[in-house]
Design a binder for this molecule. Structure first.
Ligand code: ZN
Length: 104
């Protein structure tokens, strides 16, 4: 039993991975945010740190389902929003090689 590193399921590939190795997206009152330090409030989803999972996971329906976004707030997962989030996460993945581990 592993106690120190909780596992989370990636919404892209559905595989479990250690939480610190993943990206968290948080559903806040103002919209979905990339939660870099995994400390934001609100319901969250997790993604592996790779572009394929970002592309696969950031789709309106599965994301709305995972974040329990009601039909009345579907614009939180509008196409432009998702494209923006994808860009943001991919930029972070791209920069990650330069960031020392402790900063993540
Ligand atoms: Zn994944």
């Amino acid at each position: 039993m592993e106690k120190r590193t909780p596992l989370r399921t990636c919404i892209g590939c559905r595989k479990k991975a250690p939480k610190p190795s993943m990206f968290r997206l948080a559903c806040m009152a103002g919209g979905i945010r990339v939660d870099i330090r995994q400390r934001l409030e609100g319901r969250g989803v997790y993604l592996c740190r790779n572009r394929a999972c970002v592309e696969r996971g950031l789709k309106a329906k599965p994301l709305a389902y995972a974040l329990r976004i009601p039909a009345s707030r579907q614009k939180m997962v509008a196409y432009e929003v998702l494209e923006g989030l994808k860009r943001e996460v991919k930029k972070l993945i791209g920069e990650e090689m330069d960031i020392p581990k402790k900063e993540i």
